[in-house]
Unconditional design. Structure first.
Length: 99
């Protein structure tokens, strides 16, 4: 699948385990795989649909991140697999270094 164009910040390919959850600590939490990152966002691969516009809690000890993010897109890429684009609500700077 081609990268989206018109980005304001460059994307860096980076694979890492992340956790998505609801900020209100409701039952839905999901372990996902980061595919690429930028100073203002991250694309993750999930097994669940996440509603566009919703706010999620994004955590990854591997990436050193614990922040809220807004779901910008959620696209089915294959059966029960989704690509989710997240906009960080508190943009990070240091985690965009390549592996």
């Amino acid at each position: 699948m081609a990268e989206r164009s018109g980005r304001s910040r460059p994307r860096i390919a980076k694979r890492a385990i992340v956790e998505l959850g609801r900020p209100d600590a409701s039952q839905l939490r999901e372990e996902a795989i980061a595919e690429n990152v930028s100073a203002g966002g991250i694309r993750v691969a999930t097994e669940h649909v996440w509603s566009v516009g919703s706010v999620v809690l994004l955590t990854s000890p591997e990436l050193g991140i614990h922040t809220e993010a807004r779901v910008v897109y959620c696209e089915r890429v294959e059966k029960e697999k989704y690509a989710v684009g997240l906009e960080l609500l508190s943009p990070e700077k240091e985690w965009t270094k390549p592996n």
